[in-house]
Design a protein around this ligand. Structure first.
Ligand code: NI
Length: 433
């Protein structure tokens, strides 16, 4: 199918500039031409771009999609109680079907707010893959691995990842990628982490892991290994494969050097860090070093939404106050984290992250005809400081229109809401759905 986005304001993210009156041609899944109208080219679908802004689909580089089932269940309680008293007992009852519906709900929310690619770590990942295939979004899936007492169980978890890789890596027209997902250096011991690393190397996978999210984690690592989590992971060789390091809140200057040297991509999750009182990631310092900082929402139970425009807004505002510097993390830098840097972190920079000829057509259109977007003085600032997720009008992934005029075309949204309500209530009541 050939598609034309006609006469649109374009922020390609290749440069810090919005072009007006641009035409974007898509052939199949690929962007073929950007610029003038081509009178001789036949197109099947024309999307009118007047009063719209086209930009690359946003990339949520760290989340736990299935946790939408626990959204707004038990908040304003200490992290330890939240996990042990509320979340873990519910997670123990989760079924594969629950994760399917919860993930689908999260994907609907992401599409509505302009996210076209996610990076997920959770359980029952085959279900997440199925939901991804159906709804038409793009994603990296990792089976979350926590080491247990039973060696057999630990081995099975590695086997699960290998099976997931064989079944789904590169599937759904290339929209699905599999990475290995050791949960964190404090939930996987050194020997197990080495086995995980061997698997990643053998299959050519990246690693998705939580790193230095809390002060306590760093203190415990220093006590146990005499090293920070970053140093510990480096010494184990983990960073020899491309690594997506969620959080990276508590870092020493030496840690930052390691991340730079080993080309690790930290994922900044401002809302989650605020809500869970984890602290403030040294984003400005990392950016100044040239580290590839991506952006994520974390799970919808610790955020409690998956709206990447909110994360962009926080990234561009919190760091100014934190550094007492109004120049800290300018609008375009925050937008880069959610596009270009996200693509690089997920090893997809050749395919997505910018709107360029030859790249996959992952494009969102924002409706500029909103009170908070008038007057149109500076659209890049508008994207970081004024745009709401609900301003996203149309979403194209891999050349396919999956939302048009805020209507998702690939799944029955009402059915998903119904299933999620029913399943969430059953989980809380302790019944099997
Ligand atoms: Ni997380």
């Amino acid at each position: 199918m050939n598609l034309l986005i006609k006469n649109v304001n374009l922020l390609s993210m290749e440069e810090d500039k919005v072009l007006e009156g641009v035409n974007v041609y898509v052939e199949g899944d690929t962007i073929k031409h950007i610029g003038e109208l081509l009178p001789d080219v036949k197109v099947d679908v024309v999307i009118e771009g007047k009063d719209k802004l086209a930009m690359p689909g946003l990339i949520n580089a760290h989340t736990h999609l299935g946790m939408s089932l626990f959204r707004n269940y038990a908040n304003d309680v200490p992290l330890f109680d939240w996990l042990t008293k509320y979340i873990w007992p519910l997670e123990a009852r989760l079924t594969a079907e629950d994760v399917y519906w919860g993930s689908l709900l999260s994907m609907i929310e992401m599409i509505y707010s302009g996210t076209t690619t996610y990076c997920d770590m959770y359980f029952f990942m085959e279900e997440v893959a199925k939901a991804t295939e159906e709804i038409g979004i793009r994603g990296v899936i990792s089976r979350g691995i926590i080491e247990e007492q039973d060696a057999k169980v630990n081995e099975e978890k590695l086997k699960d990842t290998e099976n997931l890789y064989n079944a789904w890596n590169g599937k759904a027209e290339g929209r699905i990628k599999v990475m290995v997902g050791p949960h964190a250096p404090y939930t996987c011991g050194p020997t197990y982490l080495k086995e995980i690393l061997d698997l990643a190397k053998r299959l050519g996978m990246g690693i998705h892991i939580h790193v230095s999210e809390t002060k306590r984690e760093v203190e415990e690592s220093l006590e146990k290994y005499g090293k920070t989590p970053v140093q510990h992971l480096k010494d184990l060789g983990i960073f020899e494969v491309p690594t997506v390091a969620a959080h990276c809140v508590h870092l020493t200057d030496e840690d930052i050097e390691v991340l730079k040297e080993m080309k690790v991509s930290p994922v900044y999750n401002p809302t989650s860090n605020l809500k869970l009182a984890s602290g403030f990631a040294p984003v400005e310092k990392m950016l100044k070093k040239g580290i590839n900082v991506a952006l994520g929402t974390d799970g919808p139970a610790s955020n409690n939404n998956l709206n990447m425009f909110e994360e962009i807004h926080f990234a561009a505002t919190i760091n100014k106050a934190l550094n007492e510097d109004a120049l800290s993390v300018p609008a375009f830098e925050a937008l880069k984290m959610a596009t270009v840097s996200g693509a690089r972190a997920l090893l997809w920079e050749r395919e997505i992250g910018t709107i360029e000829v030859g790249k996959k057509a992952d494009v969102i259109l924002i409706d500029l005809n909103k009170p908070h977007l008038h007057p149109k003085n500076d659209l890049i600032s508008a994207l970081a400081y004024s745009v709401q997720g609900s301003d996203v009008d149309t979403v194209i992934v891999n050349g396919k229109v999956i939302m048009e005029k805020r209507e998702i075309k690939t799944v029955d949204v009402e059915r998903v809401y119904y299933e999620v309500e029913k399943r969430a209530q059953n989980l809380i009541r302790g019944e099997i759905s």
